[in-house]
Design a protein around this ligand. Sequence first.
Ligand SMILES: [Zn+2]
Length: 190
Amino acid sequence: MRICIDPGHSGPMEPGACAGGVTEAAIVLAIAKMTAKILTDRGHKVLLTREDDIEDDSLLWRAEAAWKFRAEIFVSLHCNAATDPAAHGTEVFYYPTSENGHALARCIQAELVKNCQTADRGVKTNDEWTVLVETACPAVLAEMAFLSNDREREMLTDRFLQRQFAVGIANGIEQYGKGGTLFAGMAAGA
Ligand SMILES: [Zn+2]
């Protein structure tokens, strides 16, 4: 498959969530690179929307890059944050009317929770985020875990556990590619 992996945020210019001296932009970039390597090794064509820090906080170009690449799947990687430091777990967002986006979200959610042993906050819809609205192919935004939670921040900054997140994303994409979950879910009325 042709897969676009989008590490959210930019770097120092627009770091996303910040906690405990680490930034969301740096963590998602590390996990995105691991995800891209795993998928490439498995024979997929992968585009990373950024491979380093960038000086650009706009969003539309990310969807355009995926379109130019003729991506069949778009996955934006993020870390969650909340004022309540106890908030934790994994959730994956999709555009509300996209059945394929819903199926892709369910596959990635299930594999992240399985591989990382995070709490399952479920799949959710969002009809405002540019990377879900403007993408032409099935697209999801994964909030892998909470940077504002001490335990999950440790997970997100640990090299071994970063790889577990990457494996979860890659496995979820491949599960979606097989189509099995989509039909199983529809048969169950999900
Ligand atoms: Zn983010």
